[in-house]
Design a protein around this ligand. Structure first.
Ligand SMILES: [Zn+2]
Length: 107
């Protein structure tokens, strides 16, 4: 008589579909909310590419000074330097949403 070791406890741990569903719907809402921002950003990126072709890329469209490389790295589509962006926002004329959470404060 041969005795087999009884099988190891199953791997069929219960999986919560509910949590997965909630996360999926959250993702959907995020996608929807950010879509407009993305379209907006694409438009600015296209404009940035045009400036790149013109040789104006990396130069502030407001004051003509060079935009900090760190700022360009984070937001390649920006058309203004930090100072002008700040001034524009103070005037209430928003050119771009700020929310990248980055302070490009290198001189
Ligand atoms: Zn500027």
């Amino acid at each position: 008589m041969v005795e087999y070791a009884s099988g190891t406890p199953g791997d069929n741990t219960p999986y919560s579909d509910e949590v997965d569903e909630i996360q999926a719907s959250e993702r959907r809402e995020m996608t929807y909310a950010t879509r407009e921002l993305l379209v907006d950003r694409i438009n600015r990126l296209v404009a940035a590419l045009e400036r790149l072709n013109d040789g104006d890329y990396g130069t502030c469209v407001e004051c003509g000074e060079r935009i900090a490389p760190a700022r360009l790295r984070v937001m390649p589509e920006v058309a203004t330097c930090v100072r002008c962006q700040d001034r524009i926002e103070r005037l209430g004329r928003q050119l771009e949403p700020v929310g990248a959470g980055v302070d490009a404060d290198d001189e």
